[in-house]
Design a protein. Structure first.
Length: 584
């Protein structure tokens, strides 16, 4: 009779696991070569749609360098332009005058580096994709090595973090089967925050922001070594990340707080019996760590609060975050969004809790705490709640892979009598087979999202492309001396006005443009042939509009001909675009 051992070591008490945990973090060169290979593959694979867009751009079009969420990227590129010559940026995606008081470390750094190298936003955007991808993969593999000693689960957890996607591909099939205009439940397909591959493809700032996970890696290492200096390092990293994405601090503080509660609940019975004191039962190392991290990193959070409370422009920008209508999908839709890995992670977490394994070692208690506390975090009553999904793929992958090898594989092996009648290699082969099946199951939606980019980009139209005459007209506006001259246009061109001309746009962004829906309605009315000139003049006067941009995007809004207006003077013209100066 042959016996086998489970693929993973059963969790041990915190005091007994320190030496083993430290041993698990040793990563040899072959593993780093594996990580480098995956990073290279992902970057090359996700670069193919960009290459396709540049190569196939028609002679009369200009590819704008982004292929997803154009409005937000245009916002970032406006900051990039401003930070190229200054340390603070004003909001030029709205016509209201405002002071340069906004700061974002990521785009400030990219702008300064771009200015030093003499390259534009398109090059630095790709630099950010590379840096964010490599940085996050490095952090992700460190985390996987901390949790798994064996190579197979370690690598599978890493691949799950990078490639996992939901069941959105089934919605796509449903769309075509029922001949629907769009997929049902689109937010369960197109949300990027918990999807690393999709973020690398078109939302690289999300994958760069997800490196906040390094804070947890440092805290766990510091806890294992009982060295508070790791909390100092984590605090400095949280400070660095907070100046780029302040909302990530909510995740850092909230998840560490949940871990403190979990440690206290696990250790309280024994510690209280020994000390008879509640204070002595508290996990003081972690409490001190959270205090250190909080004190070091609170300044960007304070800045964000002050900015959006005291400045009227930024206060209204924050109030308009709900304009996009993008929130975390309802709880029952999370399995569709997060896919097979989420379902297995749910099973694993439930098994841990139902079996009442209160002696989980620190790292697995942390993973469980992170997974569970994320449920309330992603539904915080704030308009940016969906950003709380960013990074959740890490504990999902850790728990899913743990459950796969420690619950599902042993159960199947027992059912097939492999544990008693077959050699250990049979269980190993079963583990590898299930690992391959699991990996294949998490891929389809990302394959669709990647393929879909080619179809979208092949249209060679707004918002991913501008007409060459649009670009020429933008260059003329840029050359005009008044930096505060407001430009009125359709939003398809208006969103690019600040980044290309340095001038404020009348209508550019669903949140950054104050009273967005009112201005959207005004622009539609302005280019409607049935609108009386008195109303047009009022629209222009309200925000002191200087230029009216009239090109292909504007002609799609209505049949109005600005050349016939007595209050507009033609100042610049190309075959497809005219720029008028307002004369009132």
């Amino acid at each position: 009779m042959t016996t086998t051992t489970p693929p993973f070591t059963t969790p041990q008490s915190a005091s007994a696991s320190m030496a083993e945990t430290q041993n698990q973090t040793r990563i040899d060169r072959a593993e780093w070569r594996f990580v480098a290979l995956i990073a290279a593959f992902v970057l090359i694979f996700t670069s193919l749609p960009y290459a396709y867009a540049y190569i196939t751009t028609p002679a009369d079009r200009h590819f704008m360098g982004v292929m997803l969420n154009v409005s937000d990227h245009a916002q970032y590129f406006s900051w990039y332009r401003e930070f190229g010559t200054a340390d603070l940026s004003s909001n030029k995606l709205t016509p209201e005058p405002n002071q340069p008081i906004f700061f974002n470390l990521m785009w400030w750094g990219l702008a300064k580096l771009g200015a030093l190298l003499g390259v534009g936003y398109e090059v630095m955007y790709q630099v950010m994709r590379v840096i964010g991808t490599v940085g996050f993969m490095w952090v992700a593999y460190r985390m996987c090595a901390w949790f798994f000693k064996e190579a197979l689960p370690r690598k599978l957890a890493f691949l799950t973090i990078i490639f996992s996607s939901g069941f959105g591909w089934l919605l796509v099939l449903l769309k075509y089967a029922l001949r629907l205009a769009d997929v049902p439940l689109p937010f369960t397909l197109y949300v990027a925050e918990p999807n690393t591959f999709y973020s690398i493809l078109g939302f690289p700032h999300f994958v760069a922001a997800a490196t906040y996970v390094l804070c947890f890696d440092l805290v766990l290492r510091g806890q294992a070594k009982n060295q508070l200096r790791y909390a100092l390092y984590a605090g400095l990293w949280a400070l660095f990340m907070g100046w780029q994405h302040a909302y990530d601090l909510v995740l850092v503080w909230g998840i560490l707080g949940a871990y403190i509660v979990a440690i206290f609940l696990r250790d309280f019975p024994q510690r209280h019996r020994e000390s008879r004191s509640i204070l002595a039962s508290l996990p003081w190392y972690l409490i001190k760590s959270l205090i250190v991290i909080g004190l070091i990193s609170f300044s960007p959070a304070l800045y964000s609060v002050v900015l959006t409370r005291l400045d009227p422009v930024w206060k209204e920008v924050l109030a308009q975050f709900g304009n996009a209508g993008v929130y975390t999908p309802p709880l029952y839709q999370l399995p569709i969004l997060l896919g097979p890995a989420f379902l297995v992670a749910l099973f694993t977490a439930g098994s841990m809790l139902v079996r009442r394994r209160l002696n989980w070692d620190n790292k697995w208690l942390f993973a469980l705490s992170w997974f569970i506390i994320s449920f309330p975090l992603v539904y915080l009553p704030v308009d940016f709640q969906i950003h709380m999904l960013n990074g959740w793929q890490v504990p999902i992958a850790l728990l899913a892979v743990y459950g796969l090898f420690n619950y599902i594989v042993p159960a199947l092996a027992k059912r097939r009598n492999l544990a008693t009648t077959a050699p250990p290699s049979a269980v190993t082969q079963l583990s590898r087979t299930l690992a391959v099946i699991f990996f294949v199951a998490i891929l389809p939606t990302n394959i669709y999202l990647w393929s879909w980019r080619f179809l979208d980009l092949n249209r060679h139209d707004y918002p991913f492309y501008l007409h060459k005459d649009d670009m020429t007209a933008m260059q003329w506006i840029e050359a005009q001396p008044d930096p505060n001259a407001v430009v009125l246009s359709a939003i398809d061109t208006g969103q690019f006005v600040p980044m290309l001309t340095g001038k404020p746009a009348y209508l550019a962004h669903w949140a950054q443009t104050l009273r967005f829906f009112e201005k959207q309605k005004n622009v539609a009315a302005f280019f409607d042939a049935n609108t009386p000139d008195t109303q047009r003049i009022e629209i222009l006067q309200q925000k002191d509009v200087r230029y009216v941009f009239y090109g292909p995007a504007e002609r799609q809004l209505g049949a109005y001909n600005p050349a016939a207006a007595s209050f507009l003077t033609l100042a610049f013209e190309t075959p497809e675009v005219q720029v008028f100066v307002v004369r009132l």
